[in-house]
Design a protein around this ligand. Structure first.
Ligand SMILES: [Zn+2]
Length: 190
């Protein structure tokens, strides 16, 4: 499984700062996953691997700049989703972002499949940060809804002073909030 660290370079270096396993157990060092080059991220990423002392599942600790199983950064993929949410077709997006139409279609398909669960997770966090806020989704398509809620969560986090800046952080926040699984090949289950 993947665990996304909001503050990767600081947290990954010090296992005392690692979050617990989703089961509640403690994570211990378990070597490193293979280094990876991610388009849109400057550094080569070598994620630490961790093992839970309770359920014994191994996890890969990822920065929120990436998404699970995707070779492009959360920010790049997020921009593509925003364009799709605004009604751009796959061909137009592919041209604008120098991507293959095939890649764009694959991302959009994965985003549509993961959208209901991902959006529900993002809405939950917005509600936790701003209990009184209205949570009606204004977007009509699943991809647009994902973009809408990534933005709304980033806004809520910025207002609560947990993170600076908003727009460029929206997709990192979304990656962290969905455990990197926003475009998971096998859609998330509720
Ligand atoms: Zn565990």
């Amino acid at each position: 499984m993947a665990i996304v660290l909001p503050d990767f370079y600081e947290q990954a270096a010090d296992y005392h700062k690692w979050p617990p396993c989703p089961c509640g157990g403690c994570l211990v060092r378990w070597g490193f996953a293979r280094p990876r080059v991610v388009e849109g991220v400057d550094e080569l990423i070598t994620p630490p691997r961790a093992r839970c002392s309770v359920c014994r599942v191994t996890h890969v600790l990822l920065p929120s700049t990436v998404l699970l199983r995707r070779r492009f950064s959360a920010a790049v993929i997020g921009e593509v989703l925003e364009c799709a949410g605004c009604g751009w077709g796959a061909r137009r997006i592919a041209k604008a972002f120098f991507l293959s139409v095939w890649t764009v279609r694959r991302w959009l398909r994965a985003a549509r499949a993961n959208s209901p669960v991902a959006v529900a997770g993002l809405v939950r966090l917005v509600k936790r940060l701003e209990p009184g806020s209205e949570t009606v989704t204004r977007s009509t398509s699943p991809v647009a809804a994902l973009a809408e809620w990534a933005g709304r969560l980033a806004g809520a986090m910025a207002r609560s002073a947990r993170v600076p800046g908003v727009r460029e952080l929206a997709w990192r926040v979304a990656s962290w909030a969905t455990m990197g699984r926003m475009l998971a090949p096998r859609p998330m289950l509720a």
